[in-house]
Design a protein around this ligand. Structure first.
Ligand SMILES: Nc1ncnc2c1ncn2[C@@H]1O[C@H](COP(=O)(O)OP(=O)(O)OP(=O)(O)O)[C@@H](O)[C@H]1O
Ligand SMILES: C[C@H](N)[C@H](N)CCCCCC(=O)O
Ligand SMILES: [Mg+2]
Length: 245
C-alpha cells in the first residue's frame, strides 16, 4: 500500500488525533498500520504532550513510544530551526531511508508531518519533500470554522503542484455539527478541491493530560467511537488500499 502522509492546514489542527484514530480503525479492520512522526518539536518523549506518546496510546500500538518518532527537539519551532537552535542538522537522507524501511515493514505506514505542508525540515527541504520522496499520498486535516475553505484549497493546490496525490480531507473539531455552514464548507472543498471529505469530526474534549494507561485506554475507546461514527470507513479503506481515490 502506498504510505499516507497526514498534514494539516496549520499546526495544532488535530493531525495527531486523526492519525491515531485512523490507525486504530484500520487495525480493527485487519490492516497492519504503523504510525510515524519523523520529527516532533516542543516536547519531551514520555509526556502526555508528545505526539509520539499520543500516537502510541491513541492507536493502541504495541511498539515502544521511542520507536514511533525519529527525532525529538525541545524548542516549539519548525524542525529546521528547532534543530539549528540546538546546533544540530537533521539528516534528511536518513529520514528518507528510514521512511522506506518503515513502509516496507507494514501494510500501511501513516506519517504525521510537523505543522502544515510547507514547514521547513532542513535548510533545503520542506516536510512536503519527505512525502514526495517516500511517494506518499496526502490526507489533509482542516479546521471546521470560517476561513477553512481557503486554507484547505491552498494546501490542496500546493500538494498537487508538487506532484503529491491528495487522498482526502478530514474536517476536525466542529462545535456545531448541525449548522448548514459545516455542510456548505464540505461542499465547497469537494467542489473546488476535486477530492473527498472523509468525515467531519466533532469537538470532543477529554484527551488525557496524564500518562496514566487507564486514562488513555478509556479515552482511546471514546475517540475510536467518535471516528467510527463520523468517518466514512469505506472511503478510508479505499485510500488505504489506494483504490479509486
Ligand atoms: N476534535 C477535537 N475536539 C477537541 N479538541 C481537539 C480535537 N482535535 C484536536 N484537539 C485538541 O487540539 C490540540 C491540537 O491537536 P493535535 O495535537 O492533534 O494537533 P496537531 O495538528 O497534531 O498539532 P502539531 O502540529 O503540534 O503536531 C490538542 O490538545 C488536541 O487534544
Ligand atoms: C511546535 C508545534 N506544535 C509543531 N510541532 C511545529 C509547528 C511549526 C510551524 C511552523 C510554521 O508554519 O510557522
Ligand atoms: Mg501532532
Amino acid at each position: 500500500m502506498r504510505p499516507l502522509f497526514v498534514t494539516g492546514t496549520d499546526t495544532g489542527i488535530g493531525k495527531t488525533r486523526v492519525t491515531y484514530g485512523l490507525a486504530s480503525g484500520l487495525r480493527k479492520r485487519h490492516i497492519q498500520t504503523q504510525t510515524w512522526k519523523p520529527v516532533q518539536t516542543g516536547v519531551r518523549t514520555g509526556t502526555a504532550e508528545a505526539d509520539s506518546f499520543r500516537l502510541k496510546w491513541g492507536s493502541g500500538a504495541e511498539e515502544e513510544e521511542a520507536h514511533l518518532v525519529s527525532v525529538t527537539l525541545p524548542d516549539p519551532l519548525a524542525p529546521w530551526m528547532a534543530a539549528r537552535r540546538r546546533s544540530m542538522k537533521l539528516d534528511y537522507e536518513q529520514l528518507v531511508e528510514e521512511g522506506r524501511q518503515r513502509a516496507s515493514q507494514t501494510d500501511l505506514l501513516i506519517m504525521e508531518g510537523a505543522g502544515g505542508l510547507l514547514v521547513p525540515l532542513t535548510e533545503k527541504q520542506l516536510i512536503a519533500d519527505l512525502a514526495i520522496d517516500l511517494e506518499m499520498s496526502v490526507l489533509i486535516v482542516a479546521r471546521a470554522g470560517l476561513g477553512t475553505v481557503n486554507h484547505t484549497l491552498l494546501t490542496i493546490e500546493a500538494a498537487r503542484s508538487r506532484g503529491l496525490q491528495v487522498a482526502g480531507i478530514v474536517i476536525n473539531g466542529m462545535l456545531a455539527t448541525q449548522r448548514p455552514e459545516v455542510q456548505e464548507n464540505r461542499e465547497m472543498i469537494e467542489h473546488f478541491g476535486q477530492c473527498k471529505v472523509l468525515g467531519l469530526l466533532p469537538d470532543v474534549q477529554g484527551e488525557p493530560e496524564t500518562t496514566s494507561p487507564a486514562d488513555w485506554q478509556s479515552w482511546k475507546e471514546r475517540w475510536d467511537e467518535v471516528c467510527e461514527q463520523n468517518l466514512d470507513w469505506t472511503l478510508v479503506l479505499g485510500l488505504a488500499k489506494n483504490a479509486g481515490m
